[in-house]
Design a protein around this ligand. Structure first.
Ligand code: MRU
Length: 362
């Protein structure tokens, strides 16, 4: 997608040296566009852990390039195993990380050390290119849902949570891909952007993306979503996901489950957009089996923003003696999901539909 007229991906190999890896530092958005250059596997692991890069598909693509950087430094079996372990332990919930690392491992184990660097860069580039094509396909399938609702002649209001846009992937996004396509095809679409406490990926990232693309949107407090649905102001919910079980349970950013409950109570369709690399075919019960990341309590007790004098400032908003807990994801049971928007088409959130659509993967 474009930023101020210039096309970008969320991760790429530096055009000048052709080996270091460039990312957009998402901890600086929306205040600054900082294109960080990463030169080691350790720097990539830090970028994933500290969420300079984030979003399930982008975490996978970043880890793949982390392996490439490791192989450039030392292509031995020992270093390959070390890189897979370090990168694999950066974040627990998004299964795309494990998926991408398994794919890199399978490619590199077949290569002698001398051939591994080139093979790793090639495999990482393929993961990125496939992610772009996959998300484009998700967009075209999801577009039908928005286009159907636009037939009434009224503006279509879509509510989304967290950031499942192009910067959460290599390009296009998952939940936002159908919205970009609807907007670009002339459909009057408006997005309710939930701020997504505690890290505010909605307020800082989704709002930034949509504004850069010119998509009408309004940021709301997370707590406002149910009220908007009760008033009939939401036609459709579309969110992304970090892991889907073979039975259709959906892990996504904390707060997603509450929106699914509100959507069910108000008869609002609740759709989840995902590439098949987000399906964990080994799991059946999302509630007990999907690992939920616990992040620092500082993400809850503090907020960072731009002060009126222009300085980026972090302030504490919780009394200093009050502890805080920070589960970063929740699980929405399949029964609350209207359907899944995948690269192969729209799919019911249940085992039969998923294993039929993805017979070759299941
Ligand atoms: O903690 P984050 O910001 O990595 O969480 C991201 C989300 O929960 C997204 O909704 C999900 O990864 C889908 S991204 C296309």
């Amino acid at each position: 997608m474009k930023i101020d007229g210039t096309p970008y991906r969320a991760i790429w190999v530096d055009e000048t040296d052709r080996w270091s890896v460039r990312i957009i530092d998402q901890t600086k958005l929306p205040w600054a566009l900082d294109l960080v250059r990463l030169t080691t596997m350790e720097e990539m692991a830090h970028a994933i852990r500290a969420m300079l890069v984030r979003g399930a598909p982008l975490i996978g693509a970043s880890a793949a390039y982390g392996v490439a950087l490791a192989m450039r430094a030392d292509p031995s079996d020992v270093n390959l195993a070390h890189a897979l372990e370090v990168l694999g332990n950066t974040r627990p919930t998004a299964v795309n990380l494990r998926w991408a690392l398994a794919r890199m491992r399978d490619v590199l184990h077949k290569q002698p050390p001398a051939a591994r660097t080139a093979a790793a860069y090639e495999a990482a580039a393929a993961i990125c290119d496939e992610d772009v094509a996959t998300n484009h396909a998700i967009g075209t399938h999801g577009l039908k849902l928005i286009a159907e609702r636009a037939q009434s002649g009224r503006r279509v209001n879509v509510l989304t949570h967290c950031n499942a846009g192009w910067i959460a992937t290599v390009d296009w996004g998952t939940a936002l891909a159908p919205i970009y396509m609807a907007h670009d095809s002339g459909i009057d679409v408006h997005v309710w952007v939930e701020e997504t406490r505690p890290r505010n990926q909605g307020a800082s990232l989704t709002a930034w993306e949509l504004a850069k693309h010119g998509v009408p949107h309004t940021v709301i407090a997370d707590n406002a979503g149910g009220h908007m649905m009760q008033r009939g102001d939401v036609d459709l919910v579309i969110v992304g996901t970090d892991r889907v079980t073979r039975t259709g349970d959906v892990a996504n950013k904390i707060g997603t489950y509450l929106k699914a409950l509100a959507a069910r109570d108000n008869g609002v369709p609740f759709w989840v957009a995902l590439p098949s690399s987000t399906i964990d075919w080994t799991l059946r019960d999302g509630l007990t089996e999907i690992p939920i990341e616990e992040r620092s309590s500082a993400e809850v007790t503090t907020m960072t923003g731009r002060a009126l004098d222009g300085a980026i400032t972090t302030i504490r908003i919780v009394p200093k003696d009050s502890p805080a807990a920070n589960p970063a994801f929740d699980v929405t049971p399949a029964r609350l999901v209207s359907g899944l928007i995948t690269e192969r088409g729209l799919c019911e959130a249940n085992e039969e539909a998923l294993t039929t659509m993805f017979r070759d993967l299941a």
